[in-house]
Design a protein around this ligand. Structure first.
Ligand SMILES: [Zn+2]
Length: 91
């Protein structure tokens, strides 16, 4: 395991699983886009152009995922609201 600059040592379970390790602090990530997000947020000054591009891409994908989650959550709330309204009206 590598020693990080923050003084923490990370030990990912399942050593045979391919993990993406941060080149700056050695922290392992399960997915490459998570590593790109971490690099952009924790080491923004040390990134090269490719890593900045990877961060932007991962960040955009994350925003999109959050946006569609919000939409589905709102849809579910509206459905529950109308369901309760109908129950209230009928009972
Ligand atoms: Zn790092």
């Amino acid at each position: 395991m590598s020693q990080s600059t923050t003084g923490h040592e990370y030990d990912a379970p399942g050593d045979d699983e391919p993990a993406f390790e941060c080149a700056y602090c050695g922290r392992p990530f399960a997915r490459e886009d998570l590593l790109a997000l971490h690099r952009g947020q924790t080491h923004p000054a040390e990134l090269d152009d490719n890593e900045v591009a990877a961060f932007r891409e991962a960040h955009a994908a994350e925003e999109e995922a959050i946006g569609s989650f919000r939409l589905r959550a709102l849809g579910a709330l509206v459905l529950i609201y109308f369901f309760l309204l109908m129950v209230y009206a009928l009972v």
